[in-house]
Design a protein around this ligand. Structure first.
Ligand code: ZN
Length: 424
């Protein structure tokens, strides 16, 4: 924590150090309000260790930038009534988007972390090709932005989640076997399709972003060791160890779907044989559960509806569906056991289709893990289902873009000085 001894001006004459301290403290107040909710300036001062005059000056600047609003007056037990301050959800928003094998998704979130718009469209992404998918994505983003902009909102950051290896510095998708994409300049192409917008566009792996969402809004903020498995055509892993998302030396860690578990098994989209996702991925499950002409195997139909149909069959006791789920559950345990031996997580979160089909997958998994994990009682790892459905990655993407704004509140200009709220 950097404590400002006096209210520092952000205008001419302030040194680079003073400006850095000022920026840090703006971020500190903003982040604190997000964590604890509305409160008085005096309370913010007491809780952050900043002095009252500094907090008043910081809040005035945050109000000017449209990030904080003054709210109701609070009457304390003693002393004068004080006005509460809180994050202002009306001026800025971020968007998380996802390109996946069966769908495109986009979600808008305001500065308060509230979802203000959301859309998902079924799409056979692998069949369409890169440019057609990116055009569809740009149209989805525009459709989401336009009504929010018309109400005076301003987009300040967009994240694209993809099911593959990413080079975040250049916004390049290195490889996504289930999409059939390689060395794709996703950010540059999308930026062009969106007419070179002023906001930053980020690219990241869908499981990494979903893990962020599970930690921040999935009710798991106090957990430091977590593994998230995202089930879909591919299987992604977001691994949080000692509070940090594991990215590896090149940012390519977490590819749990390509652990070879069945050396004599089916060929994976990556070209290798018997990867974990060939036995627990959505395609393996659907192939085992239904014939080729069955609508639940049609990627152009809504994935949630297809999975609902599969659930219905399981609930009705359909033997073929139940056999397919038992097989998936058994292989799920083999891979999850390895991951738990490696990372000793407090929680294993099942996302994507693993969560939708959780009633048939989670109880047998929890039962089988102690047989596969060396630590007593599987290291006390709990198996939990994601409650975020297929929106975990887009939520994580919106949160990621929001985190940038919270780290650098000066990214948005003073609304009183520039009526359009132009980016600084
Ligand atoms: Zn593979």
């Amino acid at each position: 924590m950097v404590r400002g001894g006096s209210p520092l001006g952000s205008g001419a004459g302030a040194s680079a150090d003073q400006l850095a301290v000022r920026r840090h403290n703006l971020s500190l107040v903003l982040t604190h309000l997000r964590a604890v909710g509305p409160r008085s300036r005096a309370k913010v001062a007491a809780e952050t260790g900043l002095n009252k005059a500094t907090v008043s000056s910081l809040v005035a600047e945050l109000v000017g930038r449209g990030l904080v609003a003054e709210g109701e007056t609070e009457r304390g037990a003693v002393g004068r009534p004080s006005q509460q301050i809180d994050l202002d959800g009306t001026n800025f928003f971020t968007i998380g988007t996802e390109i996946n094998v069966d769908y495109l998704a986009a979600l808008a979130m305001n500065v308060r972390g509230e979802v203000v718009a959301e859309q998902q469209v079924p799409l056979d992404a692998a069949g369409l090709g890169v440019q057609a998918v990116l055009r569809r994505l740009s149209r989805l983003v525009t459709a989401l932005i336009d009504p929010l902009t018309a109400r005076g909102g301003r987009l300040v950051g967009l994240t694209v989640a993809v099911p593959g290896l990413t080079e975040r510095a250049t916004g390049t998708l290195l490889r996504a076997p289930n999409l059939g994409w390689a060395d794709t300049a996703v950010v540059a192409d999308l930026r062009r399709l969106l007419d070179d917008p002023p906001y930053p566009i980020l690219l990241d792996n869908e499981a990494n972003l979903a893990a962020r969402a599970e930690m921040e809004v999935g009710g798991r903020s106090a957990i430091s060791n977590l593994i998230l498995l995202t089930g879909g055509a591919g299987v992604g892993g977001g691994i949080v160890a000692d509070g940090q998302l594991i990215r590896g030396s090149q940012g390519l860690a977490g590819e749990v779907g390509h652990m070879q578990l069945d050396p004599g098994g089916a060929t994976c989209g990556c070209g290798r044989r018997g990867c974990w996702e060939t036995v627990v991925g959505l395609n393996a499950l659907l192939v085992a559960a239904a014939d080729e002409d069955d609508p639940i195997r049609d990627p152009s139909l809504d994935l949630v509806q297809r999975l609902d149909a599969l659930k219905g069959r399981a609930e009705a006791g359909d033997p073929r569906t139940l056999d397919a789920l038992t097989r998936t559950g058994s292989w799920l345990c083999s891979g999850a056991g390895i991951l738990i031996n490696l990372f000793n997580p407090e929680v294993l979160v099942l996302g994507g289709h693993f969560a939708v089909l959780g009633p048939w997958l989670a109880p047998p998994l929890a039962e089988c893990l102690p047989d596969r994990v060396f630590a007593p009682a599987a290291g006390s790892c709990r198996v939990e289902l994601s409650t975020l459905g297929f929106s975990a990655a887009v939520r994580g993407g919106a949160l990621e873009a929001l985190a940038r704004l919270f780290e650098q509140p000066t990214l948005v200009g003073d609304l009183t000085a520039t009526p359009s709220g132009a980016m600084a």
